[in-house]
Design a protein. Sequence first.
Length: 257
Amino acid sequence: MLLVIDVGNTNIVFGIYKDKELVDNWRIASEKNRTSDEYGLLFEQIFTHYGLELNDVSSIIISSVVPSLMHTLSSMCIRYFDINPIVVGPGVKTGMDIKYDNPKEVGADRIVNGVGGYEKYGGPLIIVDFGTAITFDAISKEGDYLGGVITPGISISSEALFLRTAKLPKVEIAKPDKIIGKNTVNSIQAGLVYGYIGLVDYIVENMMNEMSTNGETVKVIATGGFSTLIGSGSKYIQNIDKMLTLEGLRIIHERNR
C-alpha cells in the first residue's frame, strides 16, 4: 500500500492507496509544534482504529507547503514506518514542465494538483484550490504549468474581519439563503460566500480569456476544503474533486518508482 501525505498550512490530509484505488483518507490539524513521535503515535492510532497496520504501507510520498514540518514528518516515516519517503520538490520527476519565472517558487501542492488534474481531465485546465490561501493554477493543452493566481482564503478573510473590527462577531462560514442579510451574522456570511464566488468567477473568467487563444474550451476544476461551498455557486467550475491532490501524489509516486 501507498501512503500519500499532503501538508497544508491548516490541515494535513493523508490517504492510503491500494494500487490505483484510494482505500481511505483522513484530515488532521497541521500542528507545527508536534514532534515526530507525536505524529507517529497519531498515525498509529488512526490506522489501528480503521483496522490497518503501519507495516501494511510499502511506500510513502509527501508534499508540503510548511517547511518546518518536513523534517518532522520525514523522521516520523523513517522511525514508525521504516520507510524513507519521497518528498515532492527539486529532483522529483513530475512529468510537468513548469513555465514559472523561478520554478522553485511554485508550491509543491500546486504542482501536485496540476499533475493530478491534467492526468484526469486533460488541458487546457484551471484548478482552483480552496485552502488557507486560494490558488488558481493554469495548465496548458500540452500539460505545462503556466502560472496562476494566489488570494487570501475565506477563513483568513473571516478571521481578519473579526480581529480588525470592534463590534463584528466571528461567524460560521455558511451560505445564507439571500444575499441581502437581515442581521449582522447573515450579512457577514453573504459578504464572505457571495463575495468569494464573485472573486473566483472574475479571476477564472480572465484566466480563461488569456488561455483560450484558439477558441479552446478551458476546463475548470475545484478542490480543497471550501470547494463545495464556493464551487457550487460558481458559473465556471465544472467539477469538484476533493481528492485531487492525493491523486496527484499517487501519480507522481508512480513516475518515481
